[in-house]
Every structure is written in structure tokens, then in C-alpha cells.
Design a protein around this ligand. Structure first.
Ligand SMILES: NC(=O)c1ccc[n+]([C@@H]2O[C@H](COP(=O)([O-])OP(=O)(O)OC[C@H]3O[C@@H](n4cnc5c(N)ncnc54)[C@H](OP(=O)(O)O)[C@@H]3O)[C@@H](O)[C@H]2O)c1
Length: 256
């Protein structure tokens, strides 16, 4: 079987756990050189080691991408190291849910800072390099995949600000898709339903109990399922762009 991403470089944010970790591995399995970005360096180093043991190439960059200068530096470091950037997966995200009247404003600020602002910083910094990759003869196309959520399609109580951040990601993605398609940069959004990861570890009390009961009531997705989806999106022929991929657990009919 021929690997479809040989010669490319893919940067994945939030690669220290969950969906980002699985995505970094999946893209490396297709031959991409992978840049793994998150704050927990020990986790990133272990991932890089895993990829190298399997014969791939990877680089760990410890960065808090809610800081604009750090996000820009991460992209610069990736390109300095591997010489190009073909694929950006904006995956890092945080979810802190609860009723609006009870939520802490600082939790909203954290969600907006990571789910939206950091995604913008990474995208803006990556664009010149993606444009160059799209013009190169490796694939003649470049990719941005934004990890949104089922909560970017459907709003529900307790999710208001998380909904706001993910609805925003969906709108930004489609606008950018239309702006960049002519230059052969594909921009798509992937919207997972419930995936078993560390995302829900921020909660306590009733919300945590509800989330745990919900996950116990269905066969949730695994991070590898979403990684498969990302790999599918970025390995289409140059002419084919997946603008939106909505991936749900078969049994999920409602939110927590
Ligand atoms: N799990 C689900 O059910 C589900 C459903 C729909 C959508 N999603 C979306 O999927 C994406 C990945 O989430 P996940 O489920 O895989 O959760 P996760 O395991 O908690 O992963 C979140 C990642 O974001 C990184 N991160 C957090 N703050 C950061 C910062 N300031 N700078 C850089 N990286 C940061 C974390 O690494 P560090 O802590 O090391 O920085 C971690 O690698 C998110 O956008 C989430 O909204 C998840």
C-alpha cells in the first residue's frame, strides 16, 4: 500500500492526548513528518519516540498556543526544522460546561482563548507556508482541518459558551474554505460526537456524574476513530475537499 503523505509535514495542536495524539500517529503512518504541539512536553516526547520507533519522523514543540507569540513561534520552529508545512490540524480545545448563571467567566475566557483565538493564531501563522506547499510538486494541495464538535452544530443547555466557540469555528472554516480553495488549500471542519478522552476531566460534581453516566450509556468513539477521519480528509485527491465531516457514535442520539 502506498503512503499518501510522503514528503509532507503536518502540524497537530493538542497532540499530547486524545484526538490530537491519535491524529499525529495516523498522519505519521501515512508518511507525514509530524510536528506535535501542546504544553505537556513529556507526553509529546513519548509520542515522538513512538513515531520514531515506527520508522517515522516527528518533532515535539511545547507551547501554550493561547499566547500569540508562542503560537507563531511554534509554526516558525516547525518550518525551520522540517523546511515546509503542508497540513495544519487545529485540534487543541477545552470544554468547561455548566449553566451560564453558575459558570466562571475565567472558564469562558479559557475556552475562547484556546478553541478560537489560538486556532486563529495558528492558522494565520501557517498560511504562507501552506500556500507554498500548495504550489509545490509534492501534492499540489495543502490542508487545514479544524476540530469542531457536534456542539458546533447543535446548541444545548450547559454548553452555551462551548457551543459559541464551536459554532464560530464552523463559520470561520467555511468562510476560509471559500477564500482559499482557488489556491488549492482545502479547509475543512470535523465535528465529533462523544469521544473517550481527557476532555471531560475538567468537571466535578453533578456535571461530572452526568457526563460519566452518559458515556456509560453508549459505546463512545475512540480518539483513533476521529484520527481516521482526519487522515481521510487530508488524503483525498487534489480536486476533492471535504468541507465538513460529522462523526458520531452510532448510539448517540442526544447530548449530555
Ligand atoms: N472528546 C470529545 O468527546 C470531543 C467531542 C467533540 C469535539 N472534541 C474536540 O476535540 C478536540 C481535542 O479534544 P480531546 O477530546 O482530544 O481532549 P484532550 O485529550 O483533553 O486534548 C486536548 C489537547 O489540547 C491541548 N491543550 C490544552 N490547552 C492548550 C494550550 N493552551 N496550548 C496548547 N495545547 C493545549 C492539551 O494538551 P496540554 O494540556 O499538554 O497542553 C491536549 O493535548 C478539542 O477541540 C475538543 O473540543 C472532543
Amino acid at each position: 500500500m502506498s503512503l499518501k503523505l510522503v514528503g509532507t509535514v503536518a502540524l497537530v495542536t493538542g497532540a499530547s492526548s486524545g484526538i490530537g495524539h491519535a491524529t499525529a500517529r495516523a498522519l505519521a503512518e501515512q508518511g507525514a513528518r509530524v510536528v506535535a504541539v501542546a504544553r505537556r512536553k513529556d507526553r509529546l516526547d513519548a509520542l515522538v519516540n513512538d513515531i520514531q520507533q515506527s520508522g517515522g519522523e516527528a518533532l515535539a514543540i511545547a507551547s501554550d498556543i493561547t499566547d500569540r507569540a508562542s503560537a507563531e513561534a511554534a509554526v516558525r520552529q516547525a518550518v525551520d526544522h522540517f523546511g515546509r508545512l503542508d497540513i495544519l490540524v487545529n485540534n487543541a480545545g477545552v470544554m468547561i460546561i455548566g449553566p451560564v448563571v453558575e459558570n466562571e467567566v475565567r472558564d469562558w475566557e479559557q475556552m475562547i482563548a484556546l478553541n478560537q483565538q489560538a486556532l486563529l493564531y495558528m492558522t494565520k501563522a501557517a498560511l504562507p507556508h501552506l500556500e507554498a506547499a500548495a504550489e509545490s510538486d509534492v501534492r499540489g494541495v495543502a490542508d487545514i482541518v479544524n476540530i469542531s464538535s457536534y456542539a458546533g452544530r447543535v446548541a444545548s443547555p450547559n454548553f452555551a459558551v462551548y457551543n459559541m466557540t464551536k459554532f464560530g469555528v464552523n463559520g470561520f472554516t467555511e468562510a476560509l474554505r471559500q477564500e482559499l480553495g482557488g489556491g488549492h488549500i482545502r479547509v475543512g471542519v470535523l465535528e465529533p460526537g462523544a469521544v473517550r478522552t481527557e476532555l471531560n476531566d475538567n468537571h466535578s460534581g453533578v456535571i461530572r456524574d452526568d457526563i460519566e453516566a452518559f458515556f456509560a450509556s453508549i459505546e463512545a468513539l475512540e480518539a483513533e476513530d476521529i484520527a481516521d477521519g482526519v487522515a481521510y480528509m487530508v488524503t483525498r485527491p487534489r480536486r476533492a475537499a471535504i468541507g465538513e465531516l460529522w462523526m458520531m457514535p452510532t448510539e448517540q442520539t442526544y447530548k449530555v
